[in-house]
Design a protein around this ligand. Sequence first.
Ligand code: PLP
Length: 381
Amino acid sequence: MIYLDSAATTAVRREVLEAMWPHLTAEFGNPSSHNELGASAADALADARARVAVIFGCRSSEVVFTSGGTEGANLAVSGIALARPRGRHIVTSAIEHPAVLESCDYLERFHGFEITRLGVDRDGLVGLDDLAAALRPDSTLVSVMYANNEIGTVQPIAAIARAARAVGAAMHTDAVQAPGSLRLNVRELGVDALSVSGHKFGAPKGVGAMFLASGTPIEPLIHGGGQERGRRSGTENVAGAFGLAVALELADQSRAANAARLSEARDVFIRDILASVPSARLTGSTLSRLPGSASFIFAGTSGESIVLELERRGIVCSSGSACAAGSDEPSGVLLALGITAELAQTAVRFSFGEGIGAAELAVVTGELQSAVATIGSSRTN
Ligand code: PLP
């Protein structure tokens, strides 16, 4: 199998599973328990937090463990907006993950917030002029994703954060697609909150981490025993947090080399597909793009059919994001790029990392060319 769906999820890395094992077995204590097992679980959690803090370039106390990217985005958007009496205006982009967009919709419907959803250009980039025009004295939060999960476009987060903070708004970035590809230093990015999800970089599903700058007021969404300094109650997923920390370290250690290797392979892949499949058009940016991301539309075909045909040939990819796939709705991200609903149904996303290089991508190019031809001829028959 050639796996090109790593934006949807990744396998747990062996080193991560091995690091988690003791915390699932012999050292199974509850970090809040006043006994030895509890103390060793609390130590493991503190260790995990410190290690994540090194990668984020922040203090340990500014790391909150969550259940994943969806919870992180909900906590950042709703938690910050509800806790800041400053104003009821939020700025986000039209191409955010539903975790952010639906949080904004919720605040609009139930809490009287006004939401500005910034459009993007043909490459999927938020315009800094549009952002400047949208920001107001009552803007309380800006939430713009670091990199898009469908088209791989990487946003200029530091510049966006500077503009947000200049008017006194807090800045959150959904960085779920960034680990292993982009730098996560929150001081360089200048953000107040940043969220990641373990299963996108070799840790298990159902664990995430978030940076929340000290002093940022937050209204918790999960109420209970006051764990995570009152920001997220619930007995901590010690093994998950530990696994996430190890996976984040591994992703960061190989980030620079991986990004260089994958970008080079990706550019050849894109060039070869555009040259060999006449109906192919790249979606997203050529310049500001995740190293392991290539996404296309194939006019006159169907994205679903291509994905099925490639799967038959041992290649796993996706016709859109994992969340949008399986729904008949055209992707909101592609519509925001100015792509028609009809063409959006022809989208295919290839996302790749560990174990994928030029050789595998060359095989995919060949199979794709033949798959599109097969589908085309069966459509005209
Ligand atoms: N944000 C982005 C950009 C994503 O790609 C995803 C997952 O697809 C999420 C948030 C949600 O993360 P999780 O699956 O951990 O809830």
